[in-house]
Write a protein that binds this ligand. Structure first.
Ligand code: NAP
Length: 325
């Protein structure tokens, strides 16, 4: 029997061809939401599901009685009810590693852009407002030699820290992660309590996954603890930060600036105060968005679903479920 998969993220012809060499593929290149009747109908017969950015609910899983594997084109799995999938014996796969360096590049871009006010000042030039010499009111703040505080110190956090420590001579603190002696030796990184990191870091960089424990982790009390000169970087997920508290902290001068790739609601609504604040750099969730990395992520997701549905251990399983084959 040829197995059936539902693919719901825009894929290139060569990706679809690979999938069609193994499966019957129901392809939805512009799926807006989970209630599309054709999508729901296709799910009824699907053994595999491949895509990203769509919250998968238990109710949706009820409509997919034959599902064996889900292959997410992302490293973060916050859109999936992981325990429920495991309970239903559905294997979840994701795409770690292939996006680590690119996402770390984006993190460092946010560090540099927010410290040196690059977007604000580039806009000034483009709008014809560079009419006299640059004075103190346009100065930024140094990055090199400063203290980088990593909230979460996994693949991406470590890659950002490596850039900071080895490229910019930064001191690295980390918290909300298990001790990493090898990295402490390599980067001179120091494990510390959350409060100590908040009090010392010049850049507080959020790299934890979105889970029940990390939702709203960066709240008003956290911003109060940070230095008034500190810059918050969020490359993880918007809901790790209490966005209203952040807006308040940025407006009142409790913290200096922010560089954000992710938001509580995406796309970021045009009327969000964050869009109007000069001390905030806002990117449209482009952490992994390069040609090379998106290709690698799609390929990893395809390899995952092919192996999972053909009974082999895939390259990047997330939960502990044996492929059925
Ligand atoms: P990772 O290797 O799993 O690292 C996660 C880090 O967070 C680890 O240090 C982990 O601690 C720590 N952590 C703290 N609290 C945790 C909790 N409650 N549950 C699990 N881990 C917790 O992940 P990664 O590959 O670096 O990716 C991190 C996150 O970045 C992803 O989950 C995703 O949401 C986000 N991301 C965003 C973009 C973007 O486009 N902006 C792109 C890729 C990823 P231990 O060290 O003790 O395990």
């Amino acid at each position: 029997m040829t197995k059936r998969i539902v693919a719901f993220r825009r894929l290139k012809p060569h990706h679809l061809e690979q999938l069609r060499n193994h499966f019957h593929v129901d392809y939805f290149d512009t799926l807006e939401g989970p209630d599309d009747p054709a999508f729901r109908e296709a799910l009824r017969n699907a053994h595999g599901l491949l895509g990203a950015s769509l919250p998968i609910t238990p109710e949706l899983l009820d409509d997919a009685p034959h599902l064996e594997a889900i292959s997410s084109i992302s490293v973060g799995v916050d859109n999936y009810p992981v325990e429920e999938l495991t309970r239903r014996n559905i294997l979840l796969c994701h795409t770690p590693d292939v996006l680590t360096e690119t996402t770390a590049d984006t993190g460092f871009l946010l560090i540099m852009a927010s410290a040196r006010r690059a977007v604000e000042l580039a806009n000034m030039v483009k709008q014809g407002q560079w009419t006299s010499g640059i004075g103190e009111s346009h100065f930024g703040t140094d990055v090199h030699g400063k203290t980088l505080g990593m909230v979460g110190f996994g693949r991406i956090g470590q890659a950002i820290a490596r850039r900071g420590a080895l490229g910019f001579g930064m001191s690295v603190l980390y918290t909300h992660a298990s001790r990493k002696p090898a990295l402490e030796a390599e980067l001179g990184a120091t494990h510390c309590e959350f409060e100590a990191l908040l009090e010392q870091a010049d850049f507080v960089c959020v790299n934890v996954p979105l889970t029940a424990e990390t939702t709203g982790l960066m709240d008003a009390a956290v911003f109060k603890r940070m230095k008034s000169s500190a810059i918050l970087i969020n490359i993880a997920r918007g809901k790790v930060v209490d966005e209203e508290a952040l807006i308040e902290a940025l407006s009142s001068g409790e913290i200096h600036a922010a560089g954000l790739d992710v938001f509580a609601q995406e796309p970021l609504p045009g009327d969000s105060p964050l869009t109007r604040m000069d001390n905030v750099v806002t990117l449209p969730h482009i952490g992994s968005a390069t040609h090379e990395t998106r290709e690698a992520m799609a390929q990893r997701a395809i390899d995952n679903v092919i192996d999972a549905l053909e009974g082999r251990r895939p390259p990047s399983p997330y939960n502990d479920v044996t492929p059925r084959g």
